[in-house]
Ligand binder design. Structure first.
Ligand code: FMN
Ligand code: SF4
Length: 413
């Protein structure tokens, strides 16, 4: 998809067309043909790259044939540790837009909305370039979404695109049933749509030529933390995590743990993580998930508890303030983690925190509290020895350089 070293500039339309050819549209005007792409996506075994890993063809089928559907490209990338969608939109905007137009073709939509953060970008320029070339039989517009973490959750996104605040709603109805302005809406992550474009062009067998039979294809991974060359890398599913870090130049110092999936993911001890292949099933068995495709190596010199507490505080501040267990529970969880991090006799706080973690799960309109609870629970497990040391009154000194990125370095203790 990215193909070798990451180029510094966006690929212009002419070069993109020369490399990948024009769009192979099937649906507009063609009886029954749209399902061909959905079938190919199904045979390819493509799953979503926005976090949940839902089968893409199943979502497309749920939208196909409904009245006046809409396609939304989720390129907002609310996860602070992930940079893959921003990179893709910057260097390969036409691949994502091809995927969106092809998906629109397949489900019978005439409208594509690209949702992203920030002002004028390569995405805006790419949309203008295509309009000038008269390339697409659909309207494409770019919409800037609020920067809050939950604003790019799909129900918040369709609500915002319908003119309301970007707050998640209870589901059902899901966006495919009732989305933008009440119309059936296919929300797909930007990277997912780039894969759709490649499957349409090169076929499902080509897609399956890398990866494993159960986890076919490739994915974009943001490799970060204690590595020599942090960045976004395209890796085949099934690649050992150890190889992923080697691809990023190897470790700069001994590593104690790996954050897998981002802040919606989980910490794993380094010895566990490095032995795993990058597949949803292997990561799930170890208690993690690919999530937004983040692999962050935490050096032995950093304090996992302090790092997790900063992020937990930020995540608590990201609650949309609509659901009691999330609005009240997440700050209480972050506060408990702060007390544990400060150290001293905190056995009762530890018990209270375990109880609080179990109380918030599954209790919000969106999965924000579940993700936060999973992240914190994995920190308590992975950094159990650090926690014991903090409890003995021997906490780590404050970090000079925090390892986990946060927007504007928010979320302090
Ligand atoms: C709190 C929260 C934040 C999310 N942020 C994003 C995001 O920034 N980008 C994204 O593609 N999906 C995000 N998702 C997942 C979307 O709700 C949705 O599942 C995804 O866009 C669907 O695309 P996919 O099937 O191609 O993965 C988020 C989910 C939650 C619960
Ligand atoms: S669970 Fe939290 S973030 Fe999600 S809608 Fe409710 S209050 Fe907002």
């Amino acid at each position: 998809m990215v193909g070798g070293p990451v180029p510094a500039r966006p690929m212009p339309l002419a070069e993109h067309l020369e490399r990948h050819g024009g769009l192979l549209l099937q649906g507009f005007g063609g009886e029954g043909a749209p399902m061909m792409l959905i079938d190919a996506v199904e045979r390819a075994g493509l799953t979503g790259h926005g976090g949940a890993g839902f089968p893409t063809a199943r979502k497309m089928r749920a939208v196909a044939g409904r009245r006046r559907p809409v396609v939304v490209v989720n390129a907002a990338e609310g996860e602070p540790a992930s940079h893959k969608d921003a990179l893709l939109m910057r260097i390969r905007p036409h691949l994502v837009l091809d995927g969106a137009v092809l998906a629109a073709d397949a489900v019978g939509a005439r409208e594509v909305i690209v949702a992203l953060h920030g002002g004028p970008s390569s995405a805006h320029a790419a949309v203008a370039e295509r309009a000038a070339a008269g390339l697409d039989p659909v309207s494409i517009k770019v919409v800037q979404v609020p920067k809050e973490y939950v604003a790019s959750e799909e129900s918040a996104l369709v609500r915002f695109l319908s003119g309301a605040p970007a707050l998640p709603t209870f589901t059902p109805p899901r966006p495919y049933e009732r989305g933008v302005n009440g119309r059936s809406t296919l929300v797909q992550n930007a990277e997912t749509l780039a894969h759709v474009a490649l499957i349409a062009r090169y076929g499902d067998q080509w897609f399956r030529s890398v990866g494993t039979p159960e986890a076919p294809g490739s994915l974009l991974v943001t490799v970060a933390g204690a590595v020599h060359q942090p960045g976004v890398y395209e890796l085949a599913f099934g690649t050992p995590l150890k190889t992923a870090f080697e691809t990023a130049g190897g470790f700069t110092e001994p590593v104690q743990a790996v954050l897998v999936g981002g802040y919606f993911g989980a910490w794993l001890p380094a010895e566990t993580a490095l032995g795993l292949p990058l597949t949803p099933a292997d990561l799930k068995a170890a208690g993690a998930a690919i999530g937004a495709g983040v692999l962050l190596a935490l050096p032995a010199s950093a304090c996992g508890l302090a790092e997790s507490q900063r992020v937990a505080t930020w995540l608590a501040n990201q609650s949309a303030g609509q659901c009691g267990p999330c609005t009240l529970g997440l700050p209480a969880i972050a506060d408990d983690l702060a007390v544990l991090n400060r150290g001293g006799k905190t056995t009762n706080v530890r018990h209270r925190l375990d109880r609080r973690l179990s109380l918030v799960e599954g209790r919000g309109a969106c999965h924000h509290p579940d993700g936060t609870a999973r992240f914190v629970a994995s920190a308590l497990q992975t950094f159990a020895q650090d926690l014991a040391r903090h409890q003995r009154g021997n906490p780590c000194p404050p970090a000079r350089h925090p390892m986990l990125p946060l927007p504007d370095d928010a979320g302090g203790s």
